[in-house]
Design a protein around this ligand. Structure first.
Ligand code: ADP
Ligand code: MG
Length: 250
């Protein structure tokens, strides 16, 4: 079985079918780029995987353990154990505005690791901030940072919890173009370190360079899946072709 296996994942909001039988596999160290128009269900798919949305049917397993199997959720404890292997980074950073950068990292870590000493927590925090080039901003509030810096802090915060899988939901969409590169290079570095990642993105050059596989979503379904080479050089599906052409045109 794959590291992450998603089979016939379904999700509706009332009558609106948002995910229609989504199936894909992720192996350890894969970087999956998810592309597709706005409203195609990309965010919902990520939010279902990390249990921020209730799944309406299908199966999701991580490392051989089911989050949900044929529409039936595992126990609360099991669900928590599985989702604790995942870190998520959102489009709008979602930092705690009233906490310094350091406290943004230390507070969630402290909640998850009640026995950790303050000294060890601070040392880990320093390591993670250094990794994203933000150590010198440890004691400032998020509002004093650029969007790119805030997003790097958000990545460090997720990494504090030693995730085995990172989910990124359009991590650079809220950024001015000149700030996009610094965030993408942090994600590239994680890819080099073989972090398993699912990245929803509109950065096609990034997807082409970094992804091991690309999924194209449209209207709640995965219409096409392949290597970056296959998807960007010779897309098979008409909708994929149109989507990519619109990108080139814009
Ligand atoms: P994407 O991330 O690809 O832009 P989303 O997953 O955000 O797409 O949304 C997919 C569809 O689900 C859209 O039609 C959106 O309007 C709808 N949707 C998303 N969240 C909710 C919600 N909480 N309630 C009702 N509809 C929602
Ligand atoms: Mg979205």
């Amino acid at each position: 079985m794959s590291f992450i296996s998603v089979r016939n994942l379904k999700k509706s909001y009332g009558k609106l079918k948002v995910l229609r039988d989504i199936s894909f596999d992720v192996e350890k160290g894969d970087v999956i780029a998810v592309i597709g128009s706005s409203g195609s269900g990309k965010s919902t798919m990520l939010r279902c995987l990390i249990d921020l949305e209730h799944i309406g049917g299908g199966s999701v397993s991580v490392d051989g353990e089911y989050l949900i199997e044929d529409g039936k959720y595992s126990s609360k404890e099991k669900t928590k154990e599985i989702t604790s292997k995942m870190g998520m980074v959102f489009q709008n950073f979602n930092l705690f505005p009233h906490l310094t950068v350091r406290k943004n990292l230390e507070m969630p870590y402290g909640l998850m690791n009640k026995q950790a000493s303050a000294v060890d927590t601070a040392a880990l925090c320093d390591t993670m901030l250094k990794k994203v080039g933000m150590l010198e901003k440890a004691d400032v509030l998020p509002a004093k940072l650029s969007g790119g810096q805030q997003q790097r802090v958000a990545i460090a915060r997720a990494m504090m919890l030693s995730p085995e899988i990172m989910l990124f939901d359009e991590p650079t969409s809220a950024l001015d173009p000149e700030l996009t590169g610094e965030v993408l290079s942090v994600i590239k570095q994680l890819a080099k370190e073989k972090m398993t990642m699912i990245v929803v993105t509109h950065e096609m050059a990034f997807a082409r360079d970094v992804a091991t596989r690309v999924l194209f979503m449209d209207d709640g379904a995965i219409l096409e899946e392949g290597t970056p080479e296959e998807i960007f050089t010779s897309p098979q599906n008409q909708r994929t072709k149109e989507f990519l052409n619109n990108f080139i045109a814009s």
